[in-house]
Ligand binder design. Structure first.
Ligand SMILES: C[S@@+](CC[C@H](N)C(=O)[O-])C[C@H]1O[C@@H](n2cnc3c(N)ncnc32)[C@H](O)[C@@H]1O
Length: 392
């Protein structure tokens, strides 16, 4: 049986806080029995399924295809188990490979060392059988392997993604503290934007920075596949890979795209460089014509009539001095919500609970996400229209 005919468990990884949204995405793609984990979602399928997942998931980081699950108490057992895998089915003897490792509660305490033992075992497998071995290193241009090791339980995967999926390929110009694309997508899904977009709602992003939230919202409204710009996904290096299959998946995705967005997507920032970066990024993502960018203070952002989402990602300051200055900004966001956003759903993504209190509105819901290691919250405010709009 060739690699492309096999089925195995597939682990789609993501940061903590996101599996709920990733699971929903994966189920929408037709996968049954998707199982939510702490930082990922588990399904079963083939390498073709991995290709589809790579193309479509907005909130996942890597798509991992299981090669072997085994018990390993220490680095020696790890080495011995990895040596038993028929590596020449996956890597050419004159090829190139990379190993990533994620370990926790193991007798080895450095993930780089665990990765190195995997590398050694693969190299020794080839040396014993062929007296030559593939090169290895940090590049994602060859076969990518991923070791997941918790206590005595190890799983070795083919990483079919390589360069992680948040790197969509459109953000050539990052700006101050850009939000990771997958995190932005999770916040937008949490706000129920795809449903609202179908109904003609608006998506408004004051303080847009490099445009990530607006671009992800536009991609979702257009049903545009997030990985269409990627020409370097790791499955492309697998033996037996047929580029036509990917081209077919990509053109089916392009054919299924909406040609227009019913509502408006408005993105503003008071920094001219942010607006320039956002415009460039949106053009690269293919959504430049669907977002209205404007240079202005957030208080002057146009909020059109009708249902919609207003989503802020203000700075949240790491030093106390910053926090003092930002208190006024957060208070201003609360006032903006009250005075201009009646009837909309308001959201603030922030890592500062202290600043969040300055908004002065009652939150409808708080969702916990992680921005790198920082625990952040997506705060939701229901902004009543008419007589109830000042309710606090
Ligand atoms: C944390 S960044 C947003 C990052 C964005 N989510 C991204 O992914 O790139 C905050 C942005 O708020 C903007 N900003 C700060 N104060 C502002 C104000 N008073 N009016 C408009 N924009 C403001 C900054 O220029 C910056 O681009």
């Amino acid at each position: 049986m060739t690699l492309f005919e096999k089925e195995a468990p597939i682990l789609v990884t993501c940061p903590k806080g996101i599996p709920e949204y990733l699971q929903a995405e994966i189920e929408t793609l037709g996968f049954k029995d998707a199982q939510q984990l702490d930082a990922g979602v588990l399904v079963r399928g083939s390498i073709q399924d991995c290709m589809r997942l790579n193309l479509w998931v907005r909130t996942g980081h890597r798509v991992l295809f299981e090669l072997k699950k085994f018990r390993a108490f220490d680095a020696d057992e790890l080495y011995k188990e990895v040596l038993t895998i028929p590596w020449d089915e996956y890597i050419a003897k004159d090829g190139y490979f990379r190993v990533d490792a994620s370990i926790r509660d193991t007798t080895v305490n450095d993930s780089r060392f665990a990765g190195l033992r995997v590398k050694d075992a693969v190299a020794d497998y080839f040396m014993e059988k062929y007296k030559e071995r593939p090169n290895s290193g940090p590049e994602t241009t060859g076969i990518c392997l991923f070791l997941h090791w918790r206590e005595n339980q190890a799983t070795l995967y083919l990483d079919t993604t390589g360069e992680p999926l948040p790197k969509r390929g459109y953000r050539k110009r990052p700006h101050t503290a850009p939000m990771q694309e997958t995190l932005a997508a999770a916040c937008i899904l949490a706000a129920d934007w795809p449903r609202l977009a179908e109904e003609g709602g608006h998506f408004i992003v004051p303080m847009c920075g490099s445009g990530t939230l607006a671009i992800e919202a536009a991609l979702m409204a257009l049903k545009g596949a997030p990985a269409l710009l990627r020409n370097n996904l790791a499955f492309m290096q697998l033996p037996g890979y047929n580029p036509e299959e990917w081209e077919n998946l990509a053109s089916q995705a392009e054919d299924a795209e909406n040609s227009d967005i019913k509502g408006r997507i408005i993105a503003t920032d008071n920094d001219p460089e942010a607006i320039e970066a956002s415009k460039d990024n949106a053009r690269l993502a293919g959504v430049g014509d669907f977002i209205e960018f404007k240079l202005c203070d957030f208080t002057e952002t146009e909020v059109p009539e009708g249902p919609g989402i207003v989503m802020f990602n203000p700075e949240y300051g790491e030093r106390l001095g910053d926090i003092k200055e930002l208190e006024e900004v957060y208070k201003g966001i609360g006032d903006f919500f009250k005075q201009h956003c009646g009837g909309k759903s308001g959201f603030i993504f922030t890592g500062s609970p202290i600043l969040a209190k300055r908004v002065g509105l009652k939150t409808k819901r708080r969702r916990i996400f992680y921005n790198a290691k920082i625990e952040c919250r997506l705060l939701e405010y229901e902004l009543y229209a008419g007589t109830r709009k000042h309710k606090e």
